[in-house]
Write a protein that binds this ligand. Structure first.
Ligand code: ADP
Ligand code: MG
Length: 240
Protein backbone atom coordinates (compact mmCIF):
# COMPACT_ATOMS: atom_id res chain seq x y z
CA UNK A 1 0.00 0.00 0.00
CA UNK A 2 1.30 3.42 -0.96
CA UNK A 3 -0.23 6.72 0.06
CA UNK A 4 1.37 9.82 -1.42
CA UNK A 5 0.50 12.98 0.50
CA UNK A 6 1.14 16.41 -0.97
CA UNK A 7 4.53 15.46 -2.36
CA UNK A 8 6.62 18.21 -3.99
CA UNK A 9 10.14 18.57 -5.32
CA UNK A 10 11.55 21.88 -6.47
CA UNK A 11 14.88 22.24 -8.23
CA UNK A 12 15.51 25.96 -7.69
CA UNK A 13 12.65 27.63 -9.60
CA UNK A 14 11.55 24.41 -11.36
CA UNK A 15 8.59 22.72 -9.68
CA UNK A 16 9.44 19.21 -10.92
CA UNK A 17 6.71 17.70 -8.73
CA UNK A 18 4.06 20.03 -7.38
CA UNK A 19 1.88 18.89 -4.48
CA UNK A 20 0.68 15.50 -5.72
CA UNK A 21 -1.40 13.00 -3.77
CA UNK A 22 -2.55 9.51 -4.73
CA UNK A 23 -3.12 6.03 -3.38
CA UNK A 24 -2.17 2.53 -4.57
CA UNK A 25 -3.78 -0.64 -3.21
CA UNK A 26 -2.30 -4.14 -3.13
CA UNK A 27 -2.80 -5.98 -6.44
CA UNK A 28 -3.20 -2.71 -8.32
CA UNK A 29 -1.02 -1.51 -11.20
CA UNK A 30 -1.12 2.25 -11.45
CA UNK A 31 0.34 3.85 -14.55
CA UNK A 32 2.05 7.20 -14.23
CA UNK A 33 1.67 8.69 -17.67
CA UNK A 34 3.27 11.93 -18.80
CA UNK A 35 5.49 13.57 -21.36
CA UNK A 36 9.24 13.94 -20.95
CA UNK A 37 9.93 16.26 -18.03
CA UNK A 38 6.45 15.81 -16.51
CA UNK A 39 7.90 14.69 -13.16
CA UNK A 40 7.53 10.88 -13.31
CA UNK A 41 11.11 9.94 -12.43
CA UNK A 42 11.32 12.59 -9.71
CA UNK A 43 8.12 11.22 -8.13
CA UNK A 44 9.39 7.64 -8.18
CA UNK A 45 12.84 8.61 -6.90
CA UNK A 46 11.24 10.33 -3.91
CA UNK A 47 9.06 7.29 -3.10
CA UNK A 48 12.17 5.11 -3.47
CA UNK A 49 13.94 7.31 -0.84
CA UNK A 50 16.60 8.22 -3.42
CA UNK A 51 15.64 11.90 -3.40
CA UNK A 52 14.48 14.08 -0.51
CA UNK A 53 11.12 15.81 -1.06
CA UNK A 54 10.91 19.61 -0.77
CA UNK A 55 7.62 19.06 1.07
CA UNK A 56 4.98 16.42 1.63
CA UNK A 57 5.55 12.73 2.24
CA UNK A 58 4.40 9.22 1.35
CA UNK A 59 3.44 6.25 3.48
CA UNK A 60 4.59 2.84 2.28
CA UNK A 61 2.86 0.03 4.18
CA UNK A 62 2.34 2.59 6.93
CA UNK A 63 6.01 3.65 7.12
CA UNK A 64 6.69 7.34 6.58
CA UNK A 65 9.21 8.23 3.89
CA UNK A 66 10.67 11.09 5.90
CA UNK A 67 10.67 9.49 9.34
CA UNK A 68 11.58 5.91 8.44
CA UNK A 69 13.35 5.84 5.07
CA UNK A 70 15.18 2.63 5.96
CA UNK A 71 11.91 0.81 6.65
CA UNK A 72 10.39 2.18 3.46
CA UNK A 73 13.40 0.98 1.49
CA UNK A 74 12.91 -2.60 2.74
CA UNK A 75 9.31 -2.61 1.48
CA UNK A 76 10.02 -1.63 -2.11
CA UNK A 77 11.53 -3.13 -5.22
CA UNK A 78 12.89 -0.84 -7.92
CA UNK A 79 13.33 -1.45 -11.63
CA UNK A 80 14.30 1.67 -13.53
CA UNK A 81 14.82 1.76 -17.30
CA UNK A 82 18.07 2.48 -19.10
CA UNK A 83 21.42 1.11 -17.95
CA UNK A 84 20.62 -1.56 -15.33
CA UNK A 85 23.86 -1.02 -13.39
CA UNK A 86 25.12 -4.52 -12.62
CA UNK A 87 28.69 -5.34 -11.61
CA UNK A 88 30.29 -6.80 -14.74
CA UNK A 89 32.98 -8.69 -12.88
CA UNK A 90 30.53 -10.47 -10.60
CA UNK A 91 28.39 -13.43 -11.63
CA UNK A 92 24.63 -13.06 -11.93
CA UNK A 93 24.21 -14.90 -8.62
CA UNK A 94 26.79 -12.66 -6.89
CA UNK A 95 25.06 -9.53 -8.19
CA UNK A 96 21.72 -10.66 -6.80
CA UNK A 97 23.22 -11.85 -3.53
CA UNK A 98 25.04 -8.55 -3.07
CA UNK A 99 21.73 -6.75 -3.30
CA UNK A 100 20.11 -9.19 -0.87
CA UNK A 101 22.95 -8.41 1.58
CA UNK A 102 22.34 -4.68 1.17
CA UNK A 103 18.75 -5.36 2.17
CA UNK A 104 20.01 -7.23 5.25
CA UNK A 105 18.40 -10.48 4.21
CA UNK A 106 19.18 -13.60 6.15
CA UNK A 107 21.62 -15.60 3.95
CA UNK A 108 19.55 -18.82 3.96
CA UNK A 109 16.46 -16.86 3.05
CA UNK A 110 18.39 -15.11 0.26
CA UNK A 111 19.63 -18.43 -1.16
CA UNK A 112 16.08 -19.78 -1.21
CA UNK A 113 14.73 -16.68 -2.88
CA UNK A 114 17.52 -16.73 -5.51
CA UNK A 115 16.84 -20.40 -6.31
CA UNK A 116 13.17 -19.59 -6.88
CA UNK A 117 14.04 -16.66 -9.12
CA UNK A 118 16.48 -18.75 -11.18
CA UNK A 119 13.61 -21.11 -12.03
CA UNK A 120 11.00 -18.40 -12.45
CA UNK A 121 13.13 -16.38 -14.89
CA UNK A 122 14.96 -19.29 -16.55
CA UNK A 123 18.48 -18.24 -15.50
CA UNK A 124 19.90 -21.75 -14.93
CA UNK A 125 22.39 -21.55 -17.78
CA UNK A 126 24.04 -18.30 -16.86
CA UNK A 127 23.48 -17.71 -13.14
CA UNK A 128 27.13 -18.51 -12.28
CA UNK A 129 28.68 -16.63 -15.19
CA UNK A 130 30.06 -13.09 -15.00
CA UNK A 131 27.53 -10.61 -16.32
CA UNK A 132 30.04 -8.55 -18.35
CA UNK A 133 29.29 -10.28 -21.64
CA UNK A 134 25.58 -10.91 -21.10
CA UNK A 135 22.99 -9.92 -23.71
CA UNK A 136 20.55 -7.15 -22.83
CA UNK A 137 17.82 -9.75 -22.18
CA UNK A 138 20.01 -11.73 -19.78
CA UNK A 139 20.98 -8.54 -17.91
CA UNK A 140 17.32 -7.59 -17.74
CA UNK A 141 16.50 -10.87 -15.99
CA UNK A 142 19.29 -10.32 -13.46
CA UNK A 143 18.03 -6.78 -12.83
CA UNK A 144 14.50 -8.13 -12.34
CA UNK A 145 15.74 -10.77 -9.90
CA UNK A 146 17.71 -8.14 -8.00
CA UNK A 147 14.65 -5.88 -7.72
CA UNK A 148 12.53 -8.54 -6.07
CA UNK A 149 14.93 -10.83 -4.19
CA UNK A 150 13.89 -9.35 -0.80
CA UNK A 151 10.20 -10.00 -1.59
CA UNK A 152 9.01 -6.39 -1.43
CA UNK A 153 5.26 -5.74 -1.44
CA UNK A 154 5.56 -2.48 -3.39
CA UNK A 155 7.18 -2.30 -6.84
CA UNK A 156 8.32 0.86 -8.61
CA UNK A 157 8.96 0.71 -12.35
CA UNK A 158 10.30 3.78 -14.13
CA UNK A 159 9.99 3.36 -17.92
CA UNK A 160 11.38 -0.16 -17.50
CA UNK A 161 11.06 -1.15 -21.15
CA UNK A 162 12.75 1.91 -22.62
CA UNK A 163 15.27 0.88 -25.27
CA UNK A 164 14.43 -2.83 -24.98
CA UNK A 165 13.66 -5.09 -27.92
CA UNK A 166 10.32 -6.91 -28.13
CA UNK A 167 11.55 -10.05 -26.33
CA UNK A 168 13.09 -8.18 -23.40
CA UNK A 169 10.06 -5.89 -23.15
CA UNK A 170 7.82 -8.95 -22.92
CA UNK A 171 9.97 -10.36 -20.07
CA UNK A 172 9.51 -7.10 -18.16
CA UNK A 173 5.78 -6.83 -18.89
CA UNK A 174 5.18 -10.44 -17.81
CA UNK A 175 7.15 -9.74 -14.66
CA UNK A 176 4.98 -6.71 -13.87
CA UNK A 177 1.84 -8.84 -14.32
CA UNK A 178 3.29 -11.57 -12.08
CA UNK A 179 3.84 -8.92 -9.38
CA UNK A 180 0.16 -8.03 -9.64
CA UNK A 181 -0.67 -11.74 -9.26
CA UNK A 182 1.30 -11.70 -6.02
CA UNK A 183 -0.83 -8.82 -4.77
CA UNK A 184 1.96 -6.25 -4.79
CA UNK A 185 1.20 -2.54 -5.13
CA UNK A 186 2.72 -1.38 -8.39
CA UNK A 187 3.55 2.01 -9.87
CA UNK A 188 4.66 1.97 -13.44
CA UNK A 189 5.74 5.06 -15.35
CA UNK A 190 5.70 5.23 -19.11
CA UNK A 191 5.17 7.54 -22.00
CA UNK A 192 3.75 4.65 -24.06
CA UNK A 193 -0.05 4.69 -24.19
CA UNK A 194 -0.18 1.13 -25.51
CA UNK A 195 1.88 -0.23 -22.64
CA UNK A 196 -0.17 1.66 -20.08
CA UNK A 197 -3.43 0.45 -21.66
CA UNK A 198 -2.18 -3.12 -21.66
CA UNK A 199 -0.93 -3.29 -18.07
CA UNK A 200 -2.61 -0.75 -15.85
CA UNK A 201 -5.72 -0.88 -13.69
CA UNK A 202 -5.64 2.85 -13.08
CA UNK A 203 -3.94 5.74 -14.78
CA UNK A 204 -2.58 8.93 -13.33
CA UNK A 205 -1.78 11.59 -15.89
CA UNK A 206 0.93 13.96 -14.76
CA UNK A 207 1.81 17.22 -16.48
CA UNK A 208 4.31 19.85 -15.37
CA UNK A 209 4.53 18.24 -11.93
CA UNK A 210 0.78 18.19 -11.31
CA UNK A 211 -1.80 15.41 -11.53
CA UNK A 212 -4.30 16.36 -14.21
CA UNK A 213 -6.37 13.16 -14.10
CA UNK A 214 -6.57 9.98 -11.99
CA UNK A 215 -8.95 7.15 -12.81
CA UNK A 216 -9.50 3.85 -14.56
CA UNK A 217 -9.25 3.71 -18.32
CA UNK A 218 -13.01 3.10 -18.49
CA UNK A 219 -13.72 6.09 -16.27
CA UNK A 220 -11.60 8.29 -18.48
CA UNK A 221 -13.25 7.02 -21.63
CA UNK A 222 -16.71 7.54 -20.14
CA UNK A 223 -15.77 11.03 -19.02
CA UNK A 224 -14.05 12.11 -22.22
CA UNK A 225 -15.55 9.67 -24.70
CA UNK A 226 -12.30 9.13 -26.53
CA UNK A 227 -9.36 6.74 -26.65
CA UNK A 228 -6.47 7.15 -24.22
CA UNK A 229 -4.29 9.04 -26.67
CA UNK A 230 -7.03 11.59 -27.23
CA UNK A 231 -7.71 11.83 -23.48
CA UNK A 232 -4.02 12.42 -22.90
CA UNK A 233 -3.59 15.05 -25.60
CA UNK A 234 -6.69 16.86 -24.48
CA UNK A 235 -5.71 16.97 -20.78
CA UNK A 236 -2.07 17.77 -21.36
CA UNK A 237 -2.87 20.19 -24.15
CA UNK A 238 -5.48 22.09 -22.12
CA UNK A 239 -3.14 22.82 -19.22
CA UNK A 240 -0.29 24.04 -21.40
N1 ADP B 1 18.52 16.76 -10.56
C1 ADP B 1 17.81 17.70 -11.18
N2 ADP B 1 18.20 18.99 -11.16
C2 ADP B 1 17.47 19.94 -11.77
N3 ADP B 1 16.32 19.72 -12.43
C3 ADP B 1 15.88 18.45 -12.49
C4 ADP B 1 16.60 17.37 -11.87
N4 ADP B 1 15.91 16.21 -12.09
C5 ADP B 1 14.83 16.55 -12.81
N5 ADP B 1 14.80 17.88 -13.06
C6 ADP B 1 13.75 18.61 -13.79
O1 ADP B 1 12.50 18.26 -13.22
C7 ADP B 1 11.51 18.10 -14.21
C8 ADP B 1 10.90 16.71 -14.13
O2 ADP B 1 11.87 15.75 -14.53
P1 ADP B 1 11.62 14.17 -14.47
O3 ADP B 1 11.04 13.82 -13.16
O4 ADP B 1 12.88 13.52 -14.86
O5 ADP B 1 10.52 13.99 -15.60
P2 ADP B 1 10.05 12.67 -16.39
O6 ADP B 1 10.63 11.48 -15.68
O7 ADP B 1 8.55 12.71 -16.35
O8 ADP B 1 10.55 12.79 -17.79
C9 ADP B 1 12.18 18.43 -15.54
O9 ADP B 1 11.94 19.78 -15.82
C10 ADP B 1 13.63 18.19 -15.24
O10 ADP B 1 14.45 18.96 -16.09
MG1 MG C 1 11.79 9.93 -16.43
Amino acid sequence: MVEVRGLSKHFKEVKAVDNISFYISPGEIVGLLGENGAGKTTTLRMIATMLKPTSGTALVNGYDLIKEPHKVRSQIGILFGGEVGLYDRLTARENIRYFADLNEMDSKEAEKSIENLIKLLGMEEFIDRRVGKFSRGMKQKVAIARSIVHNPSVMLFDEPTIGLDVTSSKIVQDFILSCKGENKSIIFSSHSMQEVEKLCDRIIIIHKGKIVEDGTLDEMKTKYGQDLEEVFLRLVGESR
